[in-house]
Design a protein around this ligand. Sequence first.
Ligand SMILES: *[C@@H]1O[C@H](CO)[C@@H](O)[C@H](O)[C@H]1NC(C)=O
Ligand SMILES: *[C@@H]1O[C@H](CO)[C@@H](O)[C@H](O)[C@H]1NC(C)=O
Length: 409
Amino acid sequence: MNSAAYIFTLFNPASCQYFCLIVVLSIIIYCTGIGIATTFLILVFACVWMHRKLKKIEEKEAKKKLFKRLLQQQLSSGKGSVFETKLFVTKELEKATDNFNESRILGKGELGTVYKGMQSDGTIVAVKKSNKIDRDQLLQFINEVLILSQINHRHIVKLLGCCLETEVPLLVYEFVSNGTLSQHLHDDPSAGMITWENRLRIAAEVAGALSYLHSCASTAIFHRDIKSSNILLDENYRAVVSDFGLSRSVAIDRTHLTILVGGTFGYLDPEYIRSGQPNDKSDVYAFGVVLAELLTGQEAVSSDKSDVGLVIRFLSSMKENRLFEILDKIVADEGLEEEILFVAKLVKRCLKLNARKRPGMKEIAAELEQLRRIKEGSIDKQNFQDGYCSISEKSDFCNVDLITEDTDE
Ligand SMILES: *[C@@H]1O[C@H](CO)[C@@H](O)[C@H](O)[C@H]1NC(C)=O
Ligand SMILES: *[C@@H]1O[C@H](CO)[C@@H](O)[C@H](O)[C@H]1NC(C)=O
């Protein structure tokens, strides 16, 4: 049959119903096809979306677990028995810090932001939240948990606990109310002028804390980031050493935690920069810089680029016999000449280029404590009340005694 004949048969009334049937069937098939295809496409999209969503949730969970796992790993490889910090719940900390409201920020560091938090029982805490979530930062947080959970010392910040539920780890500390030593010395000196006695006491307390870390904790711990902005003060100007993110205990060093050449410009031990080998004398150097800050009220490094830095300025002023020109006014007014010279010489010894010639922290702590006691004697005569806690108040020292010069004398 040729095509013309075929077309004719289609218009033939008899075959018309077939034709209609075919058309209807095609339409049905066509529509069903679209329906199936659309359904199929929707299903495919839904699957992809679900998959992505699940993956995100999984990643979130994985990150949470990473912190937990790394922490457990470190604990099992070290001395896990010392771990006693409380585990906080996320909700608790969100409530305490008003959802990490900016108005609660106490300080911002390289590593994390610290918020002021009020717990439901009214106690105030400081909550540190990591800025980023990468492995290095996690490890630094874990490091801090590990180090601080081994320590219970009046002049070292207390870690109350941590929160492992969130992606970013949260660490909870005791709240130290009066800001940092750096703020008092440099930012607004008139806000909280620190008297000479308080400066001496702060120096002795920090030295005591470092001496404890170096020789009294179960394994030697090097702080590695001593600076005036890491020394907190409470309302009685009690000094509290904080920020142990870079600290290393000798035991931890033997495991696989990455060593970061850390520290802060202006406080860095030149020998440590050269060798890359952290040791106790690098803390001594940094402590020497803090002592120089206490004497002069000047910053370790100023924003002025042409500035040679406090260390060089201080040492050259001593060499040229014009130390009294660079002293802070309060120090010059209140300090006795022999006291100031004693501390200045101590600074010089701490800043020696050859690390081996620097005194140990224990020796420094003992010397400063002795100076303070002599001064305390003279204060008593004048019936001076300052309200600071004497270091002999052993009952306040929680369960670890500071090594004081009692054992050395
Ligand atoms: C943060 O706190 C301030 C003051 O308490 C408040 O006015 C503000 O609404 C809070 N912001 C958020 C995002 O909750
Ligand atoms: C520190 O405490 C003193 C009183 O103890 C107070 O006058 C001063 O304002 C406080 N400074 C800061 C920065 O909180």
